[in-house]
Design a protein around this ligand. Structure first.
Ligand code: HEM
Length: 184
């Protein structure tokens, strides 16, 4: 483990402004979240399937897409329930999701537009179902927190793998990156 997921969660909550009011509105709509999750999964995997590179990843192994639909529904519902009030279990789960994507080799450039699809489609569904605007805002915040976990995993996992393999100090690694970036 390279970061403390719960500490990272707390930082993100403050940064994004996820308040107890947001959590209350998400929780009170958890049933709706579960109901619409399969439809959101349809949009999500239709979007990924339209990209040849992502489609190949999705269908690489037998049953992967089927398993993914189930994990998507679970992931989507967890944004509403918060699992353990957006605590240690929630943070650990979000960190793990990030690590899985790094392991599979899905570039971060795929993850941001994929989350944008979720935000867009859930926004449309909220309007169709006449849900309040503040639910859309709360969902937007938790989606951005979940996205930040996945994106941060790329940096943390890559850096920690290099440090482990080379025995370099974190300070040396940081200096190499800064020097390298300056010459680009
Ligand atoms: C909003 C962005 C995304 C979310 C929230 C998300 C969610 C998830 C979740 C919850 C899992 C299960 C992790 C576990 O095993 O514990 C997973 C795995 C996976 N995701 Fe994503 N994902 C996202 C983006 C993507 C993208 C862009 C791709 C590109 C193809 C992708 C492909 C996969 C694959 C291949 C797995 C592993 C499936 C397996 O178990 O074989 N995901 N994702």
């Amino acid at each position: 483990m390279t970061i403390d997921p719960l500490a990272f969660m707390t930082t993100l909550e403050n940064r994004v402004g996820l308040t107890s009011e947001d959590k209350a509105i998400l929780k009170s709509n958890a049933e709706w979240g579960l109901q619409v999750a399969p439809e959101m999964a349809d949009h999500f995997y239709a979007y990924l399937g339209r990209d040849a590179e992502m489609n190949a990843i999705l269908n690489k192994t037998e049953g992967r897409i089927h398993r993914l639909r189930e994990t998507f529904v679970q992931w989507f519902h967890e944004m509403f329930t918060g699992m353990d009030d957006w605590g240690a279990a929630y943070s650990q789960r979000r960190w793990h999701i990030g690590v899985v994507h790094v392991q599979i080799g899905i570039g971060p450039q795929h993850v941001v537009p994929a989350m944008a699809v979720v935000v867009h489609e859930v926004g449309r569904k909220l309007k169709l179902d006449s849900k309040p605007e503040n639910l859309q805002e709360s969902l937007g915040r938790i989606c951005m927190i979940d996205l930040a976990f996945i994106e941060q995993a790329y940096v943390e996992v890559s850096a920690s793998a290099v440090l482990k393999e080379t025995g370099w100090s974190a300070a040396l690694f940081k200096r190499l990156i800064t020097t390298g970036a300056a010459s680009m």
